[in-house]
Unconditional design. Structure first.
Lengths: 147, 218
């Protein structure tokens, strides 16, 4: 966090995007209240870091996963810094026209991040590798037997 | 058909399951060609998501070929190559008509927040997902899109959730030219959000994660 502040001349970033799922590794307290006791709907660790690292008046965009239960979010800091908080589950089809163009023009090549191609029959293995972050796994695809 | 089935936290296996039935004239049955495991599927796998029922099939990122369509389906026909967004949505309610497809009011009437998602527990509507040979796609005229001829299958499957979500994250940030953008999480969505931020004119993009190999990708 301190390093981030230095990098941005002690102001903080203009925009911070929280793209961590619901199980950010943070600290022990977080692990106990969320994963073990199910008292929190998702991990607010990344979101709290986002609120800390954005500049005053900046924007925090949340596309990480959060469940329906309360999360311990630093709301006071967000309010007093005058942040804009924006979030939703993505309405996929709204993004398609522009993304089709970007892919067609070569600006984006989504399949670059695919690291594993696993037959449907071995899907349990796929879940294990992805979950335990083995074998440098970033994105596993499942190849169906019906095709 | 063969299908991934949830048996409890950290337990999934492939089982023989009944073919998904047509339940409505606007349904389609899609023969899955390629699916993906999403980082958010791991929350289901870890037993974190409320109301994830044993016997459920996961998978909200999938593409395939239309096998069968209901009598009122007009835009799709058997044999079409389709990509199916992870959202299940009706396309005509108050929220859908405002573009809030992920908050559709008809597909998940018990929930006050989220709409419907394929293979994402009964909290998100209880729809079976695409990590199987066949899947039922409700509102077949609304969600699925035809895959253009020039597009690879592997690109198309990532267009059903991961890439649009990353791009959406960058869009929500209202990035203006030269902005410093920080992305927490270098999973698929974070990596795509970082790429999208560059495309939107960010002056600097910093990606944060604790897994070294993923940062190398960034």
């Amino acid at each position: 966090m301190v390093h981030l502040k230095k990098e941005t001349e002690y102001l903080g970033a203009d925009v911070v995007i929280d793209a961590v799922g619901a199980e950010a590794d943070g600290n022990f307290l977080q692990h106990v209240t969320s994963s073990k006791l199910k008292l929190q709907g998702g991990s607010p660790i990344a979101l709290n870091w986002a609120i800390d690292s954005v500049r005053k008046g900046g924007t925090v965009s949340v596309v990480g996963a959060y469940g329906p239960i309360f999360s311990a979010v630093k709301f006071g800091d967000a309010m007093n810094k005058g942040l804009t908080l924006r979030m939703n589950q993505c309405p996929v089809k709204r993004q398609w026209p522009r993304l089709f163009e970007h892919i067609r023009n070569g600006y984006l090549k989504p399949s670059d991040i695919v690291t594993h191609r696993i037959p449907l029959e071995n899907i349990a293995e796929g879940y294990h590798i992805f979950s335990a972050k083995l074998d440098d796994c970033i994105k596993p695809l499942i190849v169906s037997t019906a095709a | 058909m063969r299908s991934m089935v949830y048996r409890g936290p950290y337990k999934v296996r492939v089982e023989e399951k009944d073919m998904p039935p047509m339940e409505h004239p606007n349904d389609a049955i899609v023969r899955v060609k390629l699916a993906a495991i999403c980082g958010s599927d791991l929350h289901l796998y870890h037993g974190m998501m409320p109301d994830t029922r044993v016997g459920m099939t996961f998978g909200h990122e999938f593409i395939g070929v239309v096998e069968q369509v209901g009598p009122s389906v007009e835009r799709l026909k058997p044999g079409d190559r389709v990509m199916v967004p992870f959202n299940v949505y009706c396309g005509s309610c108050y929220f859908c008509s405002r573009g809030l497809y992920s908050n559709c009011h008809n597909v998940n009437p018990n929930a006050t927040a989220v709409g419907g998602i394929y293979g994402y527990s009964h909290t998100c509507g209880g729809y079976d997902g695409g990590q199987a040979e066949f899947v039922r796609v409700p509102f077949a005229d609304v969600g699925p899109g035809l895959i253009p001829d020039w597009m690879d299958d592997e690109d198309a499957v990532l267009l059903t959730d991961a890439l649009p979500t990353g791009y959406f994250g960058a869009q929500l940030g209202d990035i203006v030219e030269g902005d410093t953008v920080v992305v927490f999480g270098a999973g698929p969505v974070g990596l795509f959000a970082a790429k999208s931020a560059w495309l939107m004119g960010a002056g600097r993009v910093i990606v944060i994660d604790h897994l070294e190999y993923r940062l190398e990708m960034a």
